[in-house]
Design a protein around this ligand. Structure first.
Ligand SMILES: [Zn+2]
Length: 87
């Protein structure tokens, strides 16, 4: 029984060390992806002006619209306060 619990402790220690490393990796990745990163288009910009330009660009707007329509495509998805179509 001691053998098993000792092994388990070792395993948990290794597991914890690994997840610590993973967290550090994620943090550095997040650092790399600075505030000038467009999640929507998965584009990284180094300058604020470039990022600003992109956000206002057709490409970005188009992506935004197509992303939204994907969500809104189900015809029954209606805003709560929307009136039913009158016929
Ligand atoms: Zn974008």
């Amino acid at each position: 029984m001691n053998f098993v619990s000792k092994n388990l402790t070792i395993f948990l220690t290794i597991f914890q060390e690994n997840s610590e490393k993973e967290k550090a990796k994620e943090a550095s990745l997040a650092d790399l992806k600075s505030s000038y990163y467009c999640d929507l288009c998965e584009k990284q910009y180094l300058k604020h002006s470039e990022y600003d330009n992109h956000v206002n660009s057709y490409d970005h707007a188009h992506k935004q619209v197509s992303n939204h329509s994907l969500i809104l495509l189900p015809s029954r998805a209606m805003p709560l306060n929307a009136k039913p179509p009158s016929r």
